[in-house]
Unconditional design. Sequence first.
Length: 258
Amino acid sequence: MTANRWRLDGQIALVTGASAGIGLAIARELLDFGADVLLVARDADLLQLARDDLLDEFPHRDIRALAADVADDEDRREILDWVEDHSDGLNILVNNAGGNITKAAIDYTEDEWRGIFESNLFSAFELSRYAHPLLTQHAASSIVNVGSVSGITAVRSGAPYGMTKAALHQLTRNLAAEWAEDGVRVNAVAPWYIRTRRTSGPLSDPDYYEEVIDRTPMRRIGEPEEVAAAVGFLCLPAASYITGECIAVDGGFLRYGF
């Protein structure tokens, strides 16, 4: 019984933004816990490479992939139709996909800031709502939203990004309270700088890198696997009494004193 609390055997997980970085690490973590995983990302070629790599690592797991853009509502509906066609309900939804354009607030075009909202916030809201009937087919299921420390404090990510992540954290709290009676737990993680393709640009500036390290008590950049470990834990039966929480994966950044 104790061992089963730390396993996801027989469970089906949908992970968005799963072709690289944090999303791919999350998919790998869930597979390692025994889940079957449905991968979604925009880049079909990169997604297929990710699926092939995961199949090599986990040849006995069911791993499927669909190229789709979660910022587009037609694609969001297609994703849930695809899940219904290929699975018996859904146990886990990880809303990881997102994007950003970093600018001064007055420099964004309307299309740019609205696009950030579609990718980071509206996609998670709509996918969660569309997935609700599938999640409630099981006695216990979970959603994990990948937020950011940008949704908790001001960092140099641009105002729209911080706004969407703050709203995503609040969405987590609201859905956790609303859907607890349905057996759906809803939690979030809030990473600081994680070593991915997306962060390689800003972190390549030595002065900026030193600023980041100086504000991080653990004095290093996080790894995608460290975010994935937090997500994986929140999906486990061992976390069955945890809902509405947002766990910072930040090397102590948010707790830093002067």
